[in-house]
Design a protein around this ligand. Sequence first.
Ligand code: SF4
Ligand code: F3S
Length: 112
Amino acid sequence: MAYVVTDNCIKCKYMDCVEVCPVDCFYEGENMLVIHPDECIDCGVCEPECPAGAIFPDTDPSATPEWQALNLKYASAWPNIIEKKEPPADARDWDGVPGKFDRYFSKAPGGE
Ligand code: SF4
Ligand code: F3S
């Protein structure tokens, strides 16, 4: 079991989740984060902390097999993030916009 970051993280990227994860298993892309499923200890602490409601347990229908595969793939490609940074200035404008993955997902790694 693991928790999974899904569509509404894209372009919101609040990073509150990073602050509470006890095992630092978040990885940073240009405009979203993912969770490494082999490192997540399934504590559930991050789920209520996400202002965008983008994190779900892998037992939830919102954590589709596609999102689970994406979290695994990019957690292996993107850099680890252990501290919250400044969220995008327009994060609130993107909260709840449907179908962000198709139009805005970036494969680029995050970080400085
Ligand atoms: Fe980290 Fe716990 Fe969230 Fe897994 S469920 S990503 S271990 S805070
Ligand atoms: Fe994304 Fe929510 Fe974390 S928007 S960066 S999963 S706090």
